[in-house]
Design a protein around this ligand. Structure first.
Ligand code: GAL
Length: 481
């Protein structure tokens, strides 16, 4: 071998070695994601190994220094999973608590909103949940399982209708005196029943009351602050978010106050699942935890954590914040916000969201489609012009919402034209009507039978919502990401 050949061989060898060392380093780094420093609302949630967190409709439990999160997992054969954290930011997967093979009743089951409490007398962890067969929601049952260890598989006990009542969305509440309660939507989700549990927490002892009759509330979460109990609930719109409301009372048996709005008309795109008290040396904070269900893709569902603030003993507020940093020592919640640039525009009448009609890119008609958080077609930017007028830009195409003289609407390149200017008239309920500057007509949603999406037109502006429901009502909802 010539000297030059030997030199090249050596160089080659070192280059390969260096690449190997580098690659192993990169791989090792990718396997251990660094610790997160805040809860980031709206971002994809991963556990400490970088895997997606599967604990939807979940509940929390504090044991020693650990907060446990237990919730729905719809991966493969799993039903309920358990995570733990020392900071409420970084979560460690600890195990599956219920799977399809835990019991014959679970082979073909749909388990929702599992919640766990600890019974000091029996020394058992007790899980209550909503039980259905996978096919539909007609079973409307509650179910109970127990375990000696919060991180180990639970033993299935039973599914049943509490005192023969239908039971869907549910939650548990353990009071300061050790009594525990189960609450669930009943009578086809028209009312809510609150039940006291037996001392072992395994059965219903009695019905405390039926509340919010005919109000169609679900997704209940109960908390207590000072002398007052609070309950947060949502309206029934399936996976779609809606306006959360709360009520308060000095006793769980009532009388309860009327329902009051809290948060935005879409609850910042979430539905309540739990209220987590965080007790520290300085104060006790209360954190709202909600599910941002993705109706188009369940696995893209996320959790939203927002501090509840109290204006007085019975008035709660919930603002959107991007980041939350819980200080578990003091009990304080530090928050950081970021301005929202993008919006979704929701129709009050159809519940659908404005977008470009998918099969019409040449004429660019505007339509409305069902919600899906990964659909870029549903995003808009809203630019204030002068005199309360706005321009509405479709993010994906960069085109502007424009009215046409024949009452149609379309997306078009930016023009200095009044046809692209809209006046937002805010309604009493927080929704808006959008009046075109050039035509004076209001943006209106119209059902067209042979098309898949609702179409957008303009029609004579009616001050109130007209008899045809709320066809002129739109919500300019920030994406809250
Ligand atoms: C919601 C409910 C969820 C789930 C969903 C199914 O109303 O809160 O837990 O049942 O409907 O559409």
């Amino acid at each position: 071998m010539k000297r030059e050949q030997i030199r090249r061989l050596f160089l080659h060898f070192f280059a390969v070695m260096a690449a190997c060392i580098l690659l192993t380093g990169v791989k090792a780094q990718a396997q251990i994601p660094s610790l997160k420093t805040s809860i980031i609302n709206g971002s994809a949630e991963t556990d400490m190994k970088g895997n997606p967190i599967n604990a939807h409709g979940g509940g929390f439990l504090k044991i020693g220094n650990y907060y446990y999160l237990i919730g729905e997992n719809r991966q493969k054969n799993v039903l309920v999973s358990c995570y733990r954290s020392t900071d409420l930011i970084n979560w460690e997967f600890r195990g599956d608590l219920l799977t399809r093979s835990s019991d014959s009743e679970l082979k073909n089951a749909n388990i929702e909103r599992p919640k766990v409490i600890y019974n000091e007398t029996t020394k058992k962890f007790v899980m209550w949940m909503h039980y259905e067969l996978s096919s539909d929601y007609s079973y409307a049952r509650a179910a109970v399982a127990t375990s000696d260890d919060i991180e180990k598989p639970f033993t299935w006990l039973k599914s049943f209708q509490p005192l023969d009542n239908m039971s869907r969305d549910c939650n548990l509440y353990k009071d300061t005196d050790g009594k525990a309660y189960f609450i669930s939507s009943t009578r086809e989700n028209r009312d809510m029943n609150l039940y006291e549990l037996t001392k072992d927490y395994l059965s219903i002892k009695l019905k405390v009351g039926t509340f919010w009759v005919d109000a169609q509330r679900e997704a209940p979460a109960i908390m207590k602050r000072g002398n007052y109990y609070f309950i947060l609930t949502s309206f029934c719109t399936g996976w779609e978010p809606n306006q959360a409301k709360y009520a308060w009372s000095e006793s769980l048996s009532g009388p309860w106050s009327g329902l009051k709005d809290i948060g935005s008309p879409t609850s910042y795109n979430s539905q309540p699942t739990f209220i987590l008290p965080i007790a520290g040396e300085k104060t006790t904070s209360y954190m709202y935890v909600g599910d941002r269900w993705d109706p188009a893709l369940y696995s893209n569902s996320r959790s939203i954590y927002l501090p509840l603030t109290f204006e007085n003993d019975t008035t709660i507020k919930m603002d959107w914040v991007k980041k939350v940093i819980p200080n578990l020592a003091t009990g304080e919640l530090v928050t950081q916000d970021e301005p929202q640039h993008q919006f979704r525009i929701k129709s009050k009448w159809s519940g659908e969201y404005l977008s470009l009609q998918s099969n019409q890119s040449s004429t660019a008609n505007v339509a409305a489609y069902k919600l899906g958080y990964l659909k870029p077609n549903l995003r808009w930017e809203i630019f204030p012009s002068n005199n309360e007028l706005v321009r509405i830009k479709h993010v994906q195409t960069g085109k502007y919402l424009e009215a046409e003289e024949n009452n149609q609407t379309r997306l078009s390149d930016e023009k200095k034209s009044d046809l692209q200017l809209w006046k937002e008239i805010r309604q009493k309920d927080g929704w808006s009507k959008l009046i075109n500057k050039a035509t004076g007509k209001a943006l209106t949603i119209e059902r067209s039978k042979n098309r898949k999406a609702e179409l957008l037109y303009t029609s004579d502006y009616s001050k109130e919502y007209d008899a045809n429901y709320d066809k002129q009502g739109f919500l300019l909802a920030p994406v809250y990401e």
